[in-house]
Design a protein around this ligand. Structure first.
Ligand code: ATP
Length: 547
């Protein structure tokens, strides 16, 4: 239930215009700034929430956003201060356009638009990771848009700045439940369940960059599908239903025919149940989206990551060389995306009304790293440390270890989280209930339940391509004629060089794989696969000259 908005503070140099929106701990108001003259959004901490820890969290959010503010796809912060009535506030760029949540609910995004948005957000998220910051609440509602229609990532309220006075420690779900049972908000885990990765439902969640990758992929899936990925129309979509499906990797198939399989595969890989099956970094995810852009003949969207030199994905016929994406300092001028030009054939569904809300406001902080180049994804992941903040205690007080949780199923813990917000006694009852019932999912899900992965191999279900003729070579170009036994309408052939250092898949156009760069005397081997419904067949491995 929405609360009444607070009174906007009197701020020298600014005139109040109207309320923009309300979050868990704050209100956001539109003001006219007098000098320089512009409209700004001002986020103000609620009077009721003026505890030292909340103040610290608020300041931390402002500082984190400021650290990332130069990024073109992260909301810019201009100023922070304390109002005369003692409420801290920060002044930020006013994002006049609709959020991604508003957009997809109006109509699902066109493929080109979703790809462009996905690449841009990947660069924003990777930049945050490079600075040692996990966002932890990526979802369509937290992607605003500015006057130019560019996406602007916001709401770093769950990830916060380093506060040296707070000891390093990982927030646990058990701790969160214990705290909510006392009516406090300390150590709570912020969860936007529809976009949360399964590891967030574990007893001792320890998110890393791949957790943000999951939410990012889920966000792009949502704007394409017009509904969240684990929601099933006509079925119950309560929190526990969603959590069960997320844990099983039961993504609801996309009800659109215009989404290329390669894009589905990229998003499925981003949302893989096991972290090691996902893209290792947001940058890798963005590059995979770039490859889909190129496959479809769209202009490649720049990945804006500061101080990194990236090797660009190649077009199928590229032989390398100078087509390298040089990641620039973050300022880039690029054609603005058009407003959503929906191409989805299906009407916008009506997702669960509360899906966009962050369930429980988090007080978790992230140990920031020096803004080192994030070229080594593993290093970024290792260096990011999750810390809690005890809201009921002063910011500089040590955070107590949470009480040891009884052994219980992951699902039992989640039941605890959900219900614990309402009443501790109900938590206990439900946890016991779940333990008694062994945490077995109560509802069989339709649709794909295999672990999503672009590399998923389904040998029995998919035919393996066959050569339809003898491979030939002509002036450095090798042609492998190929066919699909028992083809289906939407089958797509893909190929890659048969080399471990060459993971890139290329689409096959026509009835043959054509590979440039053949050097006479050196065998050239390729793997050719069928892509069907986001799954890849076992490969046909073939060489020229034929063995
Ligand atoms: N820079 C901005 N420009 C325009 N509107 C904004 C801006 N920042 C926030 N808003 C609006 O204010 C609302 C509240 O934002 P806020 O970040 O405080 O909380 P929230 O994300 O809705 O809630 P929670 O943090 O509890 O999940 C947003 O939903 C958005 O509509």
């Amino acid at each position: 239930m929405r609360r009444t908005a607070s009174t906007p503070p009197e701020l020298r140099g600014y005139s109040y215009v109207r309320l923009l929106g309300s979050g868990g701990f704050s209100d956001v108001f539109l003001y006219d700034q007098q000098l320089p003259k512009r409209r700004v959004a001002v986020k103000v901490l609620l009077l009721d929430e003026l505890t030292p820890a909340n103040r610290a969290a608020f300041v931390a959010e402002a500082n984190l956003m400021a650290q990332l503010s130069a990024h073109p796809y992260i909301v810019t912060i201009y100023h922070a201060d304390v109002a005369d009535d003692d409420r801290p506030y920060f002044v930020m760029e006013y994002c006049s356009g609709p959020s991604l949540a508003e957009r997809y609910k109006q109509a699902p995004l066109a493929v080109a638009d979703a790809l462009r948005t996905g690449v841009r957000l990947s660069s924003a998220v990777h930049t945050a990771h490079g600075a040692g910051i996990l966002h932890r609440d990526i979802k369509p509602a937290n992607v605003l848009s500015n006057d130019y229609g560019w996406p602007a990532l916001t709401d770093f309220g769950i990830s916060s700045a380093v506060d040296d006075a707070i000891p390093a420690h990982t927030t646990t779900v058990a701790g969160a439940v214990a705290d909510t049972s006392t009516g406090g908000t300390s150590g709570q885990v912020g969860l936007s369940v529809p976009w949360s990765p399964p590891e967030m439902f574990e007893d001792d969640p320890n998110p890393d960059v791949r957790s943000d990758v999951f939410s990012l992929a889920a966000t792009i899936w949502t704007v394409l599908a017009g509904q969240t990925p684990f929601e099933v129309r006509g079925r119950s979509n309560g929190t526990l239903d969603l959590i069960g499906r997320i844990e099983r990797g039961a993504i609801t198939p996309m009800d659109r025919t215009d989404i290329p399989r390669s894009l589905i595969a990229v998003l499925q890989k981003g949302m893989a149940t096991e972290r090691e099956d996902r893209f290792a970094t947001a940058l890798d995810f963005g590059r995979a989206l770039q490859r889909v852009e190129m496959e479809l003949g769209y202009a490649r969207t720049e990945l804006e990551v500061p101080n990194l030199h990236l090797e660009a994905p190649q077009r199928p016929a590229d032989t390398g060389g100078d087509d390298e994406t040089r990641v620039r300092q973050v300022a880039t001028i690029e054609a603005q995306p058009l407003p959503a030009a929906p191409s989805a054939p299906s009407p916008a569904p009506s997702p669960a009304p509360s899906a966009d809300e962050t369930r429980v406001r988090s007080s978790t902080t992230i140990q920031a790293q020096p803004a080192a180049p994030a070229a080594e994804p593993a290093a970024v992941a290792e260096q990011t440390v999750v810390r809690p903040r005890g809201a009921a205690a002063p910011a500089d007080a040590p955070v107590a270890e949470p009480a040891a949780a009884e052994p219980r199923s992951r699902r039992g813990v989640i039941v605890g989280i959900v219900v614990g917000v309402v009443a501790a006694i109900v938590v206990a009852a439900v946890v016991v209930g779940v333990v008694l019932f062994g945490g077995t999912p109560t509802e069989p899900d339709p649709g794909p339940t295999t672990r999503p992965s672009a590399d998923a191999v389904v040998p029995q279900a998919l035919p393996v391509p066959e050569l339809s003729g003898t491979p030939t070579a002509d002036a450095g170009t090798v042609t492998f004629p190929v066919m699909i036994p028992d083809p289906e309408d939407d089958d797509q052939l893909v190929w890659k060089l048969d080399r471990a250092d060459e993971p890139q898949l290329h689409p096959v156009s026509g009835d043959a794989v054509v590979v440039d760069g053949y050097v006479e005397g050196t065998p050239l081997c390729v793997q050719i696969m069928v892509l069907r419904s986001g799954k890849t067949s076992e490969p046909l491995v073939t060489c020229y000259p034929p063995a």
